[in-house]
Design a binder for this molecule. Structure first.
Ligand code: MLT
Length: 215
């Protein structure tokens, strides 16, 4: 396990919820909300993607004018990459601690997120492939901008689902993420639909199919 993911986080002060699955060894879906969302509203995405899975849903701990986020940004689409990296380390530590506390160790874990939640999932997977090896990212983009860290992403499997006219997650940024992650050993599946920021039924179906095809 990467050293940063072993740093301690206090689960008692980090808002989150856990919904157990249909069996004690059911897979775990980590759900990560978008800007202004929370752990409750996004949890339904986990169940929609994998009925019967356990759902682990933390809240982003950055506030932007009262809206929950996962990391700071300087402007829309311009991220504070040092904060992205620091928060990704924190999220990895959260996952390690939650797996231990809730007896989730040894169960397959899939992360999914929307928008800002997709971006932190992607950053965490690329920095901590051993903690978050699989991500379904809805309306996500390249989380590192021009400040790309030195990572090795062998074994990481990413599904990128985007609208081709999304001003908040521009296609050029998604293409750059695909190239960045693939060049570092990740397996990347990218699916683009007409339209903007959001999640549509076709993407949910594509995500379910992708998840069902994972080994
Ligand atoms: C972000 O991470 O800032 C997203 O791309 C946009 C948003 O969440 O509002």
């Amino acid at each position: 396990m990467s050293a940063d993911a072993r740093s301690t986080v206090d689960l008692d002060t980090w808002p989150h919820l856990l919904t157990e699955g249909s069996s004690p060894d059911a897979p775990v879906v980590l759900t990560l909300h978008g800007t202004g969302g929370d752990e409750r509203e996004i949890a339904a995405l986990g169940t929609a993607l994998m009925p019967g899975a356990a759902v682990l849903s933390p809240r982003g701990r950055v506030s932007e004018g009262g809206a929950n986020r996962w990391f700071r940004r300087l402007a829309e689409g311009v991220f504070d990459v040092d904060d992205v990296i620091a928060r990704a380390h924190e999220l990895a530590a959260f996952v390690v601690a939650a797996r231990e506390r809730y007896d989730l160790e040894g169960r397959p874990l899939i992360a999914t997120g929307f928008s800002n939640g997709a971006n932190i999932a992607l950053a965490t997977a690329l920095l901590h492939p051993d903690v978050l090896p699989r991500v379904v990212a809805f309306s996500g983009m390249h989380p590192f901008g021009d400040q790309e860290p030195d990572v090795l992403a062998t074994g990481v499997e990413l599904l990128l689902l985007n609208g081709d006219q999304d001003p908040m997650a521009p296609a050029a940024s998604v293409a750059r993420l695909e190239q960045f992650a693939s060049a570092r050993g990740a397996s990347v599946t990218r699916r683009s639909r007409p339209g903007g920021h959001g999640i549509d039924q076709g993407e949910l179906a594509a995500a379910q199919e992708w998840l069902a095809g994972l080994k």
